[in-house]
Design a protein around this ligand. Structure first.
Ligand code: 13P
Length: 250
């Protein structure tokens, strides 16, 4: 049985005080939810949110990480800096990193391997653009992003990876994939994990859906057999929206 995993990606939102206030509301509203729950504040608010959520079941993730351990990398944040703050998870390969900041498959793969080696868990984001979907390339794109993102990773380390399928056209647009469309993509992801690793690895892989997840559509998505969680952007910024998402079945 796969345990549902709901994560909130706050992107470039919230000052330290705002982030702590939201974390406190989530602590009171979600507390020890039956599902796995995580939030990913911006780097500057990580320490404050870790402190605010201490002792709750809510985990804290970073939104990105450097591809190097340390050194002359102006503006970057390393895995050990994240671990030092009490961060346990990192989101890698988000579509905004790929498409706005030009991160390549190779760079993302380097980060995935490094994060796992350093002791972080990873949420690896993948997903096709509208153009790719409309030209029938959904499967090719998803398979390619999985193959390149996980290159060099053994099955044991794979156990610390969550995959987030986030179709680029559904991110921040209010246009959610239908549960059927999302399920189709999730089946491709799970099938590919089975081909690359084992039936057991495919069966236990947690695959989140991301892209305009809201309180009113989360239930339908989560009802699909291969949708194990959600990676939530806009609706994770308000406790009144994120709490019912995290408690989607209550
Ligand atoms: P939205 O929920 O705002 O569409 O963002 C999704 C996302 O990119 C989460 O990582």
């Amino acid at each position: 049985m796969r345990k549902p995993f709901i994560a909130g990606n706050w992107k470039m939102h919230k000052t330290v005080a705002e982030a702590r206030a939201l974390a406190t509301e989530l602590r009171d509203g979600i507390g020890n939810a039956p599902h796995r729950v995580a939030v990913a504040p911006p780097f500057t608010a990580l320490a404050g949110v870790v402190e605010a959520l201490e002792g709750t079941g809510i985990e804290v993730a970073a939104q990105n990480m450097a591809a190097a351990l340390e050194g002359a990398h102006t503006g970057e944040i390393s895995a050990s800096m994240l671990l030092d703050l009490g961060v346990k998870l990192v989101i890698l390969g988000h579509s905004e990193r790929r498409h706005v900041y030009g991160e390549s498959d190779e760079l993302i793969n380097t980060k995935v391997l490094l994060a796992l080696e350093q002791g972080l868990e990873v949420i690896l984001c993948i997903g096709e653009t509208l153009e790719e979907r409309e030209s029938g390339k959904l499967k090719d794109v998803v398979v390619h992003q999985i193959d390149s993102g996980l290159r060099g990773l053994d099955e044991k380390a794979l156990g610390r990876v969550t995959i987030a399928y986030e179709p680029v056209w559904a991110i921040g647009t209010g246009k959610t994939a239908t549960p059927d469309d999302a399920e189709e993509a999730h089946r491709i992801v799970r099938g590919r994990i089975g081909e690359l690793y084992s039936a057991q690895a495919a069966e236990s892989m947690i695959i989140q859906y991301g892209g305009s997840v809201k309180p009113n559509n989360v239930k339908g998505l989560m009802a699909e057999a291969d949708i194990d969680g959600a990676l939530v952007g806009g609706a994770s910024l308000k406790a009144a929206d994120f709490i019912p998402i995290a408690r989607f079945d209550q």
